[in-house]
Design a protein around this ligand. Structure first.
Ligand code: AHR
Length: 335
């Protein structure tokens, strides 16, 4: 009997020990799979949840292609969501990615404000966030690992500087209309700011009307029609992107004016259709904004997943184009 009782006690102790070892080894497995940052997969592949702004422009289409192609090339499993220019859709997508325990979340915020709560949820879940293309105005910079994208203020400033140079001999008022991107978006806020600061150098340069055209061709056309009806003399159009400028071309032509001659047209992006309009003499100047962010984004995702420190800000390298430069660049333009 005594011998039997001893065996039973030993068996119980062995069972407890085995359970402890099993739980411990499962926990260890979980940690090594996540790289310490929240993923749960065991196939060595990084899963990225990406929330895209929408499909509002040629720029956005090129950006989406860049991200999808780069994910495939880098062996990153991509979960992709199109928010249709709505912040609530982006917040929903990010919450879904948190629930799915993806390894990295990346997104291009449709507007600058209102992200703190959802970013905190991602941080609490141990999932690193990368901002791409557009940034947020959160004071707590620890809510995201890095921001990869353009300097939109600089783009607006380059556009304004060019105009100041063109109009340096103007003796009377130069009437400017401005087509803004969607209200609250970083490129709309920043391009407006940069352009305004640059043209302040010449008091003859005046913005007589400024409205959002939501970065779309339809928006650009519709708002330009209103501008043309309400203002007798428009000398310059500054459109925050090519697509709105292209929409405005239709309105200008329909109003019996010659784009690029009667009205000087400055835009941002330099996508193929915009570059074609510039080469054809319908646009006058473009400040470039590159959508080809995919390869850098995948590289950053791998680094943050591995726990490496990455720079807090990575600025995209860009240039500007005159009509002659557009003619030269068009044949090899990638987007
Ligand atoms: O955030 C980048 C901007 O968004 C591009 O300039 C515009 O075309 C797009 O819709």
């Amino acid at each position: 009997m005594r011998k039997m009782r001893m065996h039973s006690a030993q068996w119980r102790a062995a069972t407890v020990l085995a359970s402890v070892l099993l739980v411990g080894s499962m926990a260890a497995c979980g940690n090594s799979d996540t790289g310490g940052d929240g993923g749960t997969k065991d196939d060595g592949k990084i899963t990225m949840g990406f929330s895209q702004v929408g499909a509002e422009s040629g720029w956005r289409t090129a950006n989406t292609i860049s991200i999808k192609e780069s994910a495939t090339a880098a062996g990153v499993e991509l979960k992709f969501d199109d928010a249709q220019q709505k912040q609530e859709n982006q917040i929903k997508a990010i919450r879904n990615y948190i629930q799915q325990k993806v390894d990295v979340i990346a997104f291009s915020p449709v507007v600058e404000s209102g992200w703190d709560t959802v970013l905190k949820e991602a941080k609490d879940a141990g999932i690193p966030v990368i901002l791409t293309d557009r940034s947020v105005d959160s004071a707590d910079k620890s809510l995201y690992k890095t921001f990869l994208g353009s300097d939109f203020v600089k783009e607006g400033k380059l556009a304004g500087d060019w105009l100041v140079e063109q109009k340096k001999t103007a003796t009377g008022p130069v009437n400017i209309v401005e087509l803004q991107g969607n209200t609250g978006a970083a490129p709309a806020n920043d391009r407006k700011k940069g352009f305004g600061e640059a043209i302040a150098a010449n008091p003859n340069l005046k913005i007589i009307a400024s409205q959002p055209g939501d970065f779309t061709r339809a928006g650009g056309k519709q708002v330009m029609e209103q501008f043309l009806k309400a203002n007798k003399q428009i000398d310059v159009l500054f459109a925050h992107n090519d697509d709105m400028g292209l929409g405005a071309l239709e309105a200008i032509t329909a109003a019996g004016k010659v784009p690029g001659k009667d009205i000087t047209i400055i835009t941002v992006d330099a996508v193929k259709d915009g570059m074609q309009a510039l080469a054809d003499g319908k646009f006058n100047f473009i400040a470039e904004c590159s959508p080809l962010l995919g390869p850098q984004l995948m590289d950053l995702a791998k680094k943050v997943h591995a726990g490496e420190t990455v720079p807090a800000r990575i600025e995209t390298q860009e240039t500007t184009f005159t009509q002659a430069q557009a003619k030269e660049a068009l044949p090899t333009r990638k987007y």
